[in-house]
Design a protein around this ligand. Structure first.
Ligand SMILES: Cc1ncc(COP(=O)(O)O)c(C=O)c1O
Length: 354
């Protein structure tokens, strides 16, 4: 029995099965038992990412994998293009600047998705990378990665995507969509506590690591690749989180990846319809790019009060992020969220709206 309805944008609800998987004795990260678990987890993550490339397990939150992407594939002075559609795409731009990359931001109005043609106007011959967020958690908008992949075909620039609030809840086809780096985290659609991030590199991205001049140590992916050969990591990983990811992946594949995606879509559609029936709208400017892992609900001037009112009824959602924190609240359906949770949320919201 769930005590509360947890519909946060992350960290998300952790299922009983995943909690139980962590309730065990410690093992060495150099033991045969760990190596077997590590191997299975990597295989599962490859399916989630839609890739034949290796996926690396990093002990960090999602931001660590973002740093790993930059540190391993770029050099100071490299030109990169970053469509900014909200807080997390802006964070990527700031991070790239901290590493002395030359960043061209292509700004979009909050609530919009990145338009491929507009972004491509800024991609030059010497552009080394384009960082496109998969799912902008601050505005509830999903970018069209497939179109970015097509637009960049034949170019030297790497296509890098932060799928922290996407992978596992939204379709991800790294290889088919020609994405060079996909990264994600454990505390969203994977239903695991924060502590692990994941990153995968295409052959083209591995080639870029050869000329990268940025300093790297903890997140040195070449070193990680050596250790991955024996199903280990260079340093001590968050072993309990790895146990948890294995069980979460079991749950996902038992349900079926397509069914998991369908459930995220159905739950979100029910939320969108439900909030509209109650007189609210959603923040994304066009339904066609509204995220299916979280909904940013537009409630001008009332968002914080609503989040508080829902909490008093045992429904936990998130406020908006700067600069829209007064006007938007965010409801996640990532991972362990089912129809009865959605109905519970809508009922609680309807009580507040009367
Ligand atoms: C899309 C996106 N990118 C990056 C991050 C940062 O991840 P973390 O907080 O795990 O470092 C988040 C966190 O919510 C996110 O939603």
């Amino acid at each position: 029995m769930k005590k509360e309805i947890v519909m946060m944008v992350g960290p998300t609800a952790v299922p009983e099965r995943v909690l139980k998987a962590m309730n065990r004795n410690s093992i060495s990260h150099r033991s045969e038992e760990y190596c077997k678990i590590h191997e299975r987890v990597v295989e599962g993550l490859q399916k989630l990412f839609g890739t034949e490339n290796e996926v690396f397990i990093l002990t960090s939150s999602g931001t660590g994998a973002m740093e790993a992407a930059i540190q391993n594939c770029f050099s100071p002075g490299d030109h990169v293009v970053i469509p900014v559609i909200g807080t997390f795409s802006e964070q990527f731009a700031k991070m790239a600047e901290a590493y002395q990359l030359k960043v061209t931001r292509v700004e979009f109005e909050l609530g919009e998705a990145a338009q491929v043609d507009r972004v491509m106007e800024y991609v030059r011959e010497d552009t080394k990378g384009i960082f496109v967020i998969h799912n902008e958690s601050s505005t509830g908008v999903t970018n069209d990665l497939e179109s970015f992949g097509k637009a960049l075909e034949g170019r030297d620039a790497l296509l890098i995507t932060d799928s922290v609030s996407g992978a596992g809840g939204l379709e991800m086809k790294m290889d088919e969509w020609k994405i060079d780096i996909v990264l994600s985290g454990s505390q969203k659609a994977l239903m695991v506590p924060a502590g692990l991030s994941f990153i995968s590199l295409s052959q083209k991205a591995w080639k870029a690591t050869e000329s990268s001049k940025l300093p790297k140590y903890y997140f040195d992916l070449k070193k990680a690749r050596e250790f991955q050969k024996i199903n280990q990591t260079p340093n001590t990983p968050a072993v309990y989180n790895v146990f948890a990811v294995e069980e979460a992946l079991n749950m996902i594949f038992e349900e079926g990846l397509e069914n998991v995606y369908r459930r995220h879509i159905d739950n979100t559609n029910q939320i969108i319809e439900g909030v509209r029936n109650l007189g609210y709208d959603i923040f994304p400017k066009d339904d066609k790019y509204a995220s299916k892992t979280l909904t940013a609900v537009y409630a001008p001037g009332k968002a914080k009060k609503i989040v508080k009112g829902l909490k008093e009824q045992g429904v936990i959602v998130n406020t908006g992020l700067f600069p829209i924190e007064e006007d938007v609240f965010r409801v996640g359906v990532m991972g362990y969220v089912y129809k009865d949770d959605v109905e519970g949320f809508l009922e609680a919201l309807s009580r507040l709206s009367k």
